[in-house]
Design a protein. Sequence first.
Length: 427
Amino acid sequence: MKIRAFLVCLLCVLAAEAVLLFFFAFRQRDSGQDAVLVNDAVWSVQQDWEDMPHHENHTGLDYVVLDRDGAVLYRTGPGLSESLNAAVRHRDTILDIQTDNELVGKILIYNDASRIFREERQSVILFIGTAMLIQCGICVGYLLYLNHRVARPFRQLSGFAERVAGGNLDIPLKMDRQNLFGAFTESFDLMRTELKKARRAEAVANAEKKELVAKLSHDIKTPVASIKAASEVGAAIASQERIRDNYRMIIQKADQINTLINNLFTATLEELQQLPVNPEDIRSDELVPLLENADYLHRAAIPAVPDCVLYADKLRLQQVFDNLFANSYKYADTEIVITVEDDGRYLTVTMQDAGGGVGDDELPLLKEKFRRGRNAENVEGAGLGLYISDYFLKEMQGELLVGNGEKGLRVSIRIALSGRGTAHDAG
C-alpha cells in the first residue's frame, strides 16, 4: 500500500511539473515597459536635445532618437530599430519629443520583453528539467532499494523452498531481519529444522526397522532350518512313499519361507527408487552457481569450469554438492580445494579437505546405506549422504569416487558429457 501511494504521489508531481513546463514554454508575455523609466528617458532626451551627441542614458533602456526627418541623432547600442517602420514591426514604444511645445523628433524605445521572456523560460525549463532528473534518480534509487530489500530476499526464499521441496534440508537459510521477509525467513528456516529432525527420526526408524528385520530373519531362519533338517531325515528313513512326499512338501515350504525372509530383508533397500532423476543437457557454466549455493560457509574457491555440455539433473546435482559440502563441514571443518577437469568423457569435479580422511578399511564401505566412518560417532547424521549421491550420479550416467588425498578425504564427482552417456553404458 505504501509503495502504491508513493508511485501515485510521484506521478502527480511529474504531471504537475509537465503542466508547468508546458505553460511557461507556450505562454505569451505582456510586452509593456516600465512607464517610469520610459518617462525618464523622454525627459532626459528633451533636456539634452540641443546637445544630443553628448547625451547620456541613465535609465537602462535601449532606445534610438530620430529628428523630424527620420535621421538618427542618438542610439544606445547596435541592433536597434532605426526607423518608424522597423519600430512598429518590432513593437517598440514610439513617443514624441517636444521642446517648447513643438514636435522636434521621435524616441524609439526598444522592446526587450521577448528576450527577457526567453531567458525566464530557459531558466524555468532548466529548473524543471533538473527537478525531473532528480525525481527519476530517486525512483531508480527506490527501485534498487526494493530489489535489494524485497526482490532479492524473495528470490533467495524461492530458491530455498525449491531446495526443501527437492529434499535438501542441510543448507540453512540466511536470516536478515532488515528486509520485509525477515520474519518469513526465520519461519522457513525453523520449518527446515523441524523437517530435518523429522527426517533424522525417520532415518533412525528405518535403521531400527532394518535391525529388527535382520534379527527376525535370523530368529526365523534357525527354526526353519531345523524343520528342514528334520524333514530331510524323516524323508530319508520313511518307509512309505506317501510319508516321503509329505516330508518333501515340508522341505519345499521351508525353502519358500527362507526365500520370503530374504526378500523381506532386501525390501528396505528398494526405497531409493522412489526418488526420480531426470537428466537433461545443461551448460557446464551452470555448475558454478550450484557449487556457490552448496558452499554456504564459503570454504572453497570455485575454479573456472571448462566450456562443455553436461548430461545431468540440476536439482539432483545440487543435492549431491550439498551433501558433499555438508559432510566436509561436519566431519573435517577445514578449507576445501576444488578442481575441475574435462577428460573427454566426463567433467570431473574433485573436492578435497584437510580433515585427515578415513581409514583405508572404511573407504569401500562409505557409499553403503547407513554406513558411517569412525570419525562420525559424535556427529549427527544418518549415513545416507554418500549413498544417495552415488545413486543420483549413477542415474545420470556419472560416478562418485571416494578416496584419501594428501591431507584429507578426496571425493570426485564424474558428470557425463552430453551425447556420451550411451557410450558409457556400452562400456
